[in-house]
Design a protein. Structure first.
Length: 262
């Protein structure tokens, strides 16, 4: 599985977080990604990754307090200082763990605040790109569907593409999560082709239930992964789905369907 990275925020979730690293290795993954590793110190993460022979490929900026509706701060007016602290933290973790991407989370805003929020988002992203200069990291922006994430600042890949063009930072790219894009926009293969030059990371999950991306979902993943090859995508594909049962029991879609291999 040379190009897959297992998202251990969702996979192996029956285990304590650090134990998921070794579980991923045992299941055949040499690379993992996660959402918010900040409850664990960098040294402990390095120890577990090194012991398992696994690389951490990506992580998110901190979400904040989900019970209060927070989901990142890059595009939240008035939270610029909080975002700077959160991004500095993410940058420290990503550099120390030799990750390749940081997902910069935009945040939840009210409809009346959206114009100012988009300006704040662009300003914060330019500053974050400057802070990350020289690290080799890519900052990725993910549109999140409004069904699961009401109020999130950006929900469509086409809108992310326009923001990337506006800020003009080559290290800022699109996180093309097939699950979210299918729910909000569809037309997956043409969107992959349209955004080919700005795709910095890809994630997959079944639609509509966000389970395994196997035959029991509405997306033809064999065609999607073939399209990724067709556009020359050479990055990783993150497995960011919620298994229907034990993670190991649901990996048959990887083992048994050669057409799914990127």
């Amino acid at each position: 599985m040379p190009r897959w990275t297992a998202n251990i925020a969702f996979l192996f979730a029956e285990l304590p977080f650090l134990d998921r690293i070794a579980a991923a290795k045992k299941a055949g993954f040499d690379q993992v990604e996660c959402h918010f590793p900040y409850d664990v110190g960098i040294a402990s993460l390095q120890e577990h990754l090194g012991a398992a022979g696994v690389r951490m490929t990506g992580l998110n900026t901190a979400a904040g307090d989900r019970s209060r509706g927070e989901f990142g701060f890059a595009g939240v007016p008035g939270q610029e200082d909080r975002f700077r602290r959160d991004f500095a933290q993410a940058l420290d973790y990503a550099v120390a763990l030799e990750a390749s991407v940081i997902h910069v989370m935009a945040g939840v805003v009210s409809p009346e605040d959206r114009p100012q929020a988009l300006r704040t988002y662009a300003q914060n992203l330019r500053a974050a790109a400057r802070d990350a200069a020289g690290t080799g990291l890519t900052l990725v922006l993910e549109p999140l569907n409004t069904r699961d994430n009401p109020g999130y600042l950006v929900s469509r890949s086409d809108d992310i593409a326009a923001i990337i063009a506006e800020i003009g930072e080559p290290a800022v790219k699109l996180l093309f999560d097939v699950y979210h894009v299918q729910i909000m926009e569809g037309d997956l293969i043409r969107r992959l082709q349209r955004h080919r030059d700005i795709i910095g990371h890809v994630q997959v999950a079944g639609v509509p239930d966000r389970a395994e991306p196997d035959g029991d979902n509405e997306v033809n993943y064999a065609a999607v992964l073939k399209a990724l090859d067709g556009i020359g995508y050479e990055g990783l594909v993150g497995l960011e789905y919620r298994p229907r049962g034990r993670t190991e029991d649901g990996l048959g879609w990887l083992r048994d369907a050669a057409a799914f291999a990127p």
